[in-house]
Design a protein around this ligand. Structure first.
Ligand code: LFR
Length: 479
């Protein structure tokens, strides 16, 4: 039996989990959880990277002696280092507005269709490529000699080693998903210096040993290796989808975002795929995560924040009593990206599309959950068509698995059984890649088999036909 620490940073909280792994064992316990509170400075929205790093150190201290450490976080964002390796400023939050209007500038140089054919990445204003073009004339970028994605920055602070982990690098929009290497041509045409990036490393690669000062700080006894995992949280979460026995499955990673799609062997780079805004991110072992970003529980989190944090259980029970599908919004719409005024923005979207305006928290919550289930349905239906890859079951992993109403509505909307769990998929994927690297588990299939044997999963069968959902979909398209 071995123990691995999984550092898993989400948009609203970070956690350090300890995974104990043996041939028939996979147990996860939480050593430490801490809030991730972005800060709005006069310059814009920033990550509080020092608070996050302090949380990581506290978590490692609480975790105690482990055999290895792995780090994953949300994607696309980065810190810049000067020639001495010092951080230049706080990493900019992907919900910051600096990328507004930047895409048009980029497409004037590399047309959107060419960009998709080269990188396979959906249009999202926050892709690192747009962030770098937005920052083009900033003194910080001019002064920088290194760019490290968030998990790579924390790894650097822990070990002193520089690298760019591939699954997360694929979210920069500077990677060619066919070669799984940099897209040199795109970078050159946009004047992006790929020399800023440290060499690529892949899940399973060593990422150095905890520095003596980190051992001191955390009370651990060295040597403790840091192991490269799928450092994009979604890559780790998909690695922990408990699909077994050649199941034909779709997945939805739920949390702040809903990432809904398929695991494929090769990217889908067609024009139809671009028009439907599907992304081809890189996963473990040569896989491609073909998916759409849906706003996810962010919509609810923002409302709950505005309502002064009412009890979530009560809110969901009340929402379950509200009649289904009275009003729906497009949960894939980037209009919901920025923080603030969420209940009012949802009400506006319903009003503008001529639907009843939800008013009470229960009604708004129901509107959000119906809208998410509908967006899950659209993404999974379209992904199957565009990739010519039919599925029989939908796996839901991540924080949203705790929301039984959302799981049931997703089964209803998709007209497919939903298997939900595990909730801590990203941390489990992180732990399993470490365990595999250190010889405790076999390949990706045996990782999934171990998950299916050890984790508690819930199955939801679709109730009734999908007609009402088809009608809601048509209503949304018409509005
Ligand atoms: C989920 C996630 C998504 C990515 C978004 C922004 O936590 O990593 O996969 O699109 O955050 O980085």
């Amino acid at each position: 039996m071995k123990s691995y620490a999984a550092v898993d940073l989400g948009a609203s909280s970070g956690r350090v989990m300890v995974g104990r792994v043996g041939p028939e064992t996979l147990e996860l316990t939480e050593a430490h959880r801490f809030p991730n509170r972005p800060v709005r400075t006069p310059e814009g929205l920033r990550w509080d990277i020092l608070a996050l790093y302090a949380g990581v150190l506290d978590g490692m201290r609480a975790a105690g002696q482990v055999d290895s450490v792995g780090i994953d976080s949300w994607a696309v964002d980065y810190g810049l280092l000067d020639a001495d390796g010092a951080l230049l400023g706080n990493p900019v939050h992907y919900r910051d507005t600096r990328t507004q209007g930047v895409a048009e500038k980029v497409w004037a140089t590399v047309p959107a269709a060419e960009l998709y054919a080269a990188t396979g990445l959906q249009y999202a204003p926050f892709n690192t490529l747009y962030q770098l073009v937005a920052a083009r004339s900033s003194p910080q970028l001019a002064y920088a000699s290194r760019l490290l994605l968030v998990p790579d920055l924390l790894t650097y602070w822990l070990t002193g080693e520089l690298g760019t982990e591939l699954t997360n690098a694929s979210t920069t929009q500077l990677i060619d998903p066919r070669t799984r290497d940099w897209s040199y041509d795109v970078a050159e045409r946009l004047g992006i210096d790929l020399g800023l990036f440290a060499p690529l490393r892949r899940p399973g690669d060593p990422a150095g040993l905890l520095r003596p000062s980190v051992l001191d700080e955390t009370g651990l006894t060295g040597p403790v290796p840091v192991t490269t995992v799928g450092s994009h949280d979604t890559a780790s979460a998909v690695a922990a989808v408990p699909a077994v026995g050649g199941e034909r499955f779709a997945y939805i990673c739920t949390g702040t975002w809903s990432l809904a799609g398929l695991e494929l062997d090769a990217p889908v780079l067609t024009e139809a795929s671009r028009a439907a805004n599907f992304t081809n991110e890189l996963g473990l072992d040569g896989t491609v995560r073909y998916l759409r970003n849906i706003m996810g529980l962010w919509l609810l989190q923002e409302c709950v924040r505005e309502w002064g944090d009412p009890d979530l259980g009560d809110l969901l029970s009340a929402a379950a009593e509200v009649p289904a599908l009275r009003s729906v919004v497009d949960a894939g719409d980037a209009a919901f990206l920025a923080p603030g005024r969420m209940p009012a923005r949802i009400a506006d979207a319903c009003r503008e599309s001529g639907q009843p305006v939800p008013e009470s928290p229960a009604e708004i919550t129901r509107c959000i959950l119906d809208s998410l289930a509908l967006a899950h349905r659209r993404a999974i239906t379209q992904a199957q068509e565009l990739a010519d890859h039919p599925v029989d079951v939908v796996h839901i992993v991540g924080g949203g698995t705790r929301n039984a109403l959302l799981c049931q509505l997703t089964a209803d909307a998709c007209g497919l059984p939903v298997v939900s769990g595990p909730a801590e998929a990203a941390a489990l994927g992180n732990v399993l890649v470490q365990a595999r690297t250190h010889g405790l588990v076999g390949d990706g299939t045996s990782m999934r088999e171990l998950l299916a044997r050890t984790q508690s999963l819930t199955r939801y069968e679709p109730r009734a036909s999908t007609k009402a959902w088809q009608a809601a979909e048509a209503r949304l398209a018409a509005g």
